[in-house]
Write a protein that binds this ligand. Structure first.
Ligand SMILES: Cc1ncc(COP(=O)(O)O)c(C=O)c1O
Length: 440
């Protein structure tokens, strides 16, 4: 068993997105990880049904990445990328650009998905200004969108709790309606049939504000954090067409949907819709070192490369943009994805995963099941007056039985590492079946 020292004081760490008092009264501590499993502090093995937090697409403790990080930290621990550079950041960006679809050939590095979102929004605003269309400042998000926790991201995001707690947020933001319609689309396998016309709401917003005032639309191709919302057939293409027609930039937030999650490199490729900007994080380093990025289409980058050469073209950046250790981790991660054919593996495993997910139909409390690639959302009816309590109990019981799941409200999300085996898919869903039968 792993030799661990259990912390004797849990109080100082104010945990993110956690019920701190509830957690600290009955902590669930993870102390080691290898391939598909975590080891909990009491030594029990926990099958990872969610790739950590949608991050560890190649599984845990992968030697190639670990060694790359170890080598890098010993050789060059930090180097600035403001008016300086180091080779690994350039190499990582070239590798990533080669993987990105179409002419998304330029990469701006950040440290997280939230920063990638704020960066993409800023690039969109500055792009229009650089082209002499500085009136294009309005940003369009979507209800039930999650774009991280920066002020830009929560403003274009569509989560009521952010509005309730953090006030007015950015002005000049509108929202498209979300695409979730259980009355028409419950238990859809893959993309729901109904809902492409919801993209036409963008035309209504354009009519209201005039296109000359609108900078960009940002959506998650597949919403993850608000409960696995798969885009209706034709919806993203329609959004693309309307954006193109009106000169509005389309930003895909691929923080979750990228790096093989849907069985292709990115959702853009999966749905055959090319955005203008793409945000990424998580799987970019297999979750090993924090890193985010914005992929930018060539003409957008070129619009900035004007004027005197001694001028900074974009007044933006983070101390750790392109951090050497993150860059080394990313190079090793992208190599591993390719060498092991993990995106193709995810595509091959997806039908089996889908069949299992939909086999949960009819179990107690289950009101909808949604899936695409290696992602599934299982929605439970909430307990009257106690939203989220039922799914939380499922999370606790799954953990006790050796399975890590994720919950949002009363929706259970599953997104295992792409190395998952059939037997482990059986185990994930088998455990869930037992737990769903157990809980009240
Ligand atoms: C679509 C999307 N965008 C942005 C983020 C924020 O990423 P981070 O937590 O790395 O800031 C997330 C995180 O889950 C996400 O799912």
């Amino acid at each position: 068993m792993t030799d661990v020292t259990i912390p004797n004081d849990l109080e100082s760490f104010w945990m993110p997105f956690t019920s701190n008092r509830q957690f600290k009264a009955a902590p669930r501590l993870l102390v080691a990880a290898k391939d598909m499993h975590y080891t909990a502090a009491d030594g029990h093995q926990v099958l990872d049904g969610v790739a950590g937090l949608w991050c560890c697409n190649a599984g845990h403790g992968r030697e190639k990445i670990v060694e790359a990080v170890q080598r890098q930290v010993a050789q060059l621990d930090f180097a600035p990328t403001f008016q300086m550079g180091h080779p690994k950041a350039f190499e990582a960006a070239s590798r990533l650009a080669a993987l990105l679809p179409g002419d998304i050939d330029r990469v701006f590095y950040t440290n997280s998905g939230s920063e990638a979102v704020d960066t993409a929004l800023k690039i969109a605003l500055a792009y229009h200004r650089a082209r002499g269309e500085g009136t294009r400042t309005r940003l369009i998000g979507r209800e039930r969108g999650y774009h991280g926790v920066g002020f830009g991201g929560i403003s274009v995001g569509g989560i009521v709790t952010n509005r309730k707690w953090f006030g007015g947020l950015l002005t000049g933001v509108d929202h498209l309606p979300h695409t979730h319609n259980p009355a028409r689309n419950a238990y859809s396998r893959g993309q729901p049939a109904w809902g492409a016309e919801l993209a036409d709401e963008l035309e209504r917003i354009v009519t209201l504000h005039d296109a000359s005032n609108i900078a960009a639309v940002i959506v998650e191709p597949v919403s993850g954090s608000t409960g696995v919302l798969v885009p209706p057939k034709g919806y993203l293409k329609r959004l693309r067409e309307i954006c193109t027609k009106h000169g509005i930039l389309l930003i895909f937030d691929e923080v979750i949907s990228g790096f093989g999650r849907l069985g292709s490199s990115f959702a853009a490729e999966h749905f055959d819709v090319l955005p203008d900007l793409m945000t990424m994080a998580k799987g970019i380093t297999n979750g090993v070192i924090p890193m985010g990025a914005v992929g930018v289409r060539e003409p957008i980058y070129q619009a900035f490369m004007q004027g005197p050469e001694n001028a900074m073209e974009l007044f933006h950046g983070y101390t750790y943009s392109g951090h050497p250790i993150a860059a080394a981790a990313s190079i090793a991660t992208l190599d591993l994805y390719r060498e092991e054919g993990l995106f193709e593996r995810a595509a091959a495993m997806a039908p089996y995963f889908e069949d299992w997910a939909h086999a949960l139909k009819g179990l107690p409390h289950v009101v909808d099941i949604r899936n695409i690639g290696l992602v599934a959302g299982i929605e439970l009816a909430p307990r009257p007056g106690q939203p989220g309590a039922r799914a939380y109990e499922a999370l606790v019981k799954c953990f006790e039985r050796g399975l890590l799941i994720r919950t949002t409200g009363d929706i259970i999300a599953l997104s295992p590492p792409l190395i998952v085996e059939r037997g482990q898919i059986d185990e994930i869903f088998g455990t869930l079946v037992k737990v769903l039968r157990e809980i009240e």
